[in-house]
Design a protein around this ligand. Structure first.
Ligand SMILES: [Zn+2]
Length: 453
């Protein structure tokens, strides 16, 4: 059975702007930020006068600014008003939930530009034109290729929505955020015979973080030793920023890869419910409660769990259910006795049971059973557990790299010895006397080396 539903996704396409277009986009982003700051000031003034403006009031205020002071398309200005109003609403909701949060107050220096469909952006003569209002120059770009992330097919520009031109601070370039409409096939009803567990390894992220922490720590130590504002200080701060932004980009990529692999698993199994072990707030009070060592706490606080969950939600379009997961990786899925796993491997100490599996697979099965039955319930004896072990980023481990290097060395040596042999044979023909001595050494030494290695 299958039914179709429409959904919206956003493609992010990097753009390289040159010359006049770049300057125009750069200035406009600054102008948009100025408008935002003015609107924020005005809203704060209104609040002081005991008035609470809505998004149309903010829009009205921005429209009252003289036209020459807001050199943007009317729809772009409108989006600024709507964004601000939305930010205020979000802040209010979060405040009600007891979060420590403030309504927008910080001065912006740069803001993304929005171009509405049909008015803000247009395609003609093989180019994409982003309008900054009538009578003003426009930003011209080559038409970007937007690929549907589900099917991999190109999306027709007719299905694009409002385009945003954003500056990516870490990549140091502009990118376009293009939402598009896509159909999603939802399959319903299919019997489950075995439990499929997919484990995605996060070792790569740990390596990136470790490297960054170490480098930043060293730089910070050096920074603390030199004078504030000095040439050396500036150089070190720039170096630190660079390390942080590089690590941020690779971690962002890593989070996307992890969530993408998880989402593929979810989508390929026609999942209707998505349940996540609840580890929210695990990093809080870890020190006061002496829950972990120094390094463990750092690992915990730098774990990008929230981002990964958000990406997974965006990629699967499924609401996430959080479930208390205490003792999930200790409880045996076959007999419900508790065992402390040592390392990554789980072995049930109950002599009758003797269930063995990957530790994380045990956790996943227990969470699944809890979600289905309300508590940790043993799985039936006929149910098979299939574990797939994936690495988030397909890169070699140091061991694999070392093994590969050895094989390559061996091959190279074998090749060079063969070449030497061939060479010596040719020299033998032309200069038999001289070559005889060289053949014996040339061919024998590398051959011996091959055996040793
Ligand atoms: Zn057991």
């Amino acid at each position: 059975m299958a039914s179709n539903s429409t959904e919206y996704r956003t493609a992010i396409v990097s753009v390289t702007l040159t010359g006049a277009s770049y300057r125009l986009a750069h200035d406009s982003c600054h102008r948009a930020a100025l408008l935002w700051n003015q609107a924020v000031n005005w809203v704060h003034g209104e609040w002081k006068a005991k008035r609470s403006p809505n998004k149309y009031d903010i829009q009205g205020f921005l429209n009252s600014i003289p036209r020459q002071d807001r050199p943007l398309h009317a729809h772009t200005t409108e989006t600024i008003a709507h964004d601000l109003s939305e930010a205020i609403t979000t802040a209010r909701v979060n405040l009600m939930q007891g979060m420590k949060i403030r309504s927008p107050w910080r001065k912006n220096n740069y803001r993304p530009l929005s171009f509405s469909k049909g008015y803000g952006w247009r395609i003609s003569r093989g180019q994409l034109h982003l309008s900054l209002g009538r009578g003003r120059p426009r930003i011209d770009l080559s038409i970007p290729t937007v690929l549907d992330s589900a099917t991999g097919e190109e999306v027709d520009p007719g299905l694009w929505g409002e385009i945003q031109l954003c500056w990516n601070r870490d990549k140091r370039r502009f990118s376009q955020h293009i939402p598009y409409e896509t159909l999603r096939e939802v399959l319903v009803g299919e019997a489950v015979s075995a439990i499929d567990v997919t484990i995605i390894n996060g070792r790569e992220a740990r390596a990136i973080k470790r490297q960054r922490n170490k480098a930043v720590g060293q730089l910070q130590h050096k920074i603390s030793k030199c004078k504030n504002g000095s040439k050396k200080h500036k150089r070190l701060v720039t170096a630190k920023k660079k390390i942080n932004s590089t690590a941020k980009l690779s971690l962002c990529d890593f989070d996307h890869q992890v969530s993408n692999k998880a989402a593929n698993h979810v989508i390929s199994h026609n999942t209707a419910r998505l349940i996540v072990g609840d580890v929210r707030g695990i990093e809080k009070e870890a020190k006061s409660k002496r829950r972990m060592g120094r390094h463990g706490r750092q690992q915990l606080s730098q774990w990008s769990r929230g981002a990964q969950e958000r990406y997974l939600n965006e990629k699967t379009k499924l609401e996430m259910e959080h479930l208390n997961e205490s003792y999930s990786s200790q409880t045996c899925p076959a007999c419900s006795t508790r065992n402390r796993p040592s390392g990554r491997h789980y072995r049930c100490k109950n002599t009758i049971c003797g269930f063995t599996c990957h530790r994380d697979a045990v956790g996943a099965i227990d969470i699944l059973q809890k979600a289905l039955c309300g508590q940790y319930t043993p799985i039936g004896p006929d149910i098979k557990v299939r574990v797939t072990y994936l690495r988030a980023v397909e890169r070699w481990s140091p061991d694999q790299r070392e093994a590969h290097r050895k094989v390559q060395c061996r091959k190279a040596r074998a090749l060079s010895s063969a070449q030497n042999r061939a060479l010596s044979e040719t020299t033998q023909i032309s200069k038999p006397k001289l070559a005889n001595s060289s053949t014996s050494t040339d061919s024998s030494v590398p051959d011996q080396l091959v055996v040793v290695a």
